[in-house]
Ligand binder design. Structure first.
Ligand code: ADP
Length: 189
C-alpha cells in the first residue's frame, strides 16, 4: 500500500500533482482545502470553517483531524491515499503517522515541491484571477505564506529525520515535475 503526502507552499502545484499521481497509481486524492470548502457548505461547520479560511488561518487541528479521519473511513480501503494540503502542523503530522502505525501500515512518503516565495506568490495571484476563493486576495495570500513558513515548513525536518522526504524542484513545468516525482519515488523504495 502506497501513501503519499504532497507538500509545499501555496502555489507549488500540490493539487495538480496530487491529482495526476492519484489517477495514475489509482490512489485516493484527499485535498484538505477541498474537504474544508465542501464541509463549509454544511451549516454545522459553515461559520467555524469560514472564520479561518477567509483569513488564511489554519483551522484548528482538532477540527481538521476529525474531518480527515471521517473522510478516510470511507476511502482507506482503496489501496492508498495521496494527501494534498495535509498535514500542515506537527500535531497533524504525528496524528497521521499514528493513524498508519495503529493499522500496521507504513507511514506516508512525503514529496516536497520546492519553490521560492516570489514565484509561488506570482502563481497564486495569477490563479486568483480565475478563482472565486475568498482567500486569494494579496493580504490573505501573504498570511498563508507566513503561516506556511511558521507552522508547516518545519515539518520538513521531521520527515527528513525519519528518512521519508523526497524533494522535487517545483519550478519546472507540470509534466517534468510529474516525471521527476515518479523517478524519485522508484529510487526511494
Ligand atoms: P493552498 O495550499 O493553496 O493555500 P488549500 O486549498 O490547500 O490552499 O488550503 C486553503 C485553506 O484551507 C488554508 O489556508 C487553511 O485555512 C485551510 N486548510 C487547508 N488544509 C489545512 C490543514 N491541514 N490544517 C488547517 N487548515 C487547513
Amino acid at each position: 500500500m502506497l501513501n503519499l503526502i504532497i507538500f509545499g507552499p501555496p502555489g507549488a502545484g500540490k493539487g495538480t500533482q496530487a491529482k495526476m499521481i492519484a489517477d495514475k497509481l489509482h490512489l485516493y486524492h484527499l485535498s484538505s482545502g477541498e474537504l474544508l470548502r465542501q464541509s463549509a457548505k454544511n451549516p454545522e461547520y459553515n461559520q467555524e470553517i469560514n472564520s479561518y479560511l477567509d483569513f488564511g488561518k489554519l483551522v484548528p487541528d482538532e477540527l481538521i483531524i476529525k474531518l480527515i479521519a471521517k473522510d478516510l473511513e470511507t476511502h482507506f480501503n482503496n489501496g492508498g491515499v495521496v494527501f494534498d494540503g495535509y498535514p500542515r502542523t506537527l500535531f497533524q503530522a504525528k496524528s497521521l503517522d499514528n493513524l498508519f502505525t495503529d493499522r500496521g501500515i507504513n507511514p506516508a512518503t512525503v514529496i516536497n515541491l520546492e519553490l521560492e516565495d516570489k514565484v509561488a506568490i506570482e502563481r497564486v495571484m495569477s490563479r486568483a484571477e480565475n478563482s472565486n476563493r475568498s482567500d486569494d486576495r494579496l493580504e490573505i495570500v501573504s498570511e498563508r505564506f507566513k503561516i506556511y513558513h511558521e507552522l508547516t515548513e518545519p515539518l520538513l525536518q521531521y520527515y527528513k529525520s525519519k528518512n521519508r522526504l523526497i524533494t522535487i524542484d517545483g519550478r519546472l513545468n507540470i509534466e517534468t515535475v510529474n516525471k521527476n516525482i515518479e523517478q524519485k519515488l522508484k529510487n526511494h523504495k
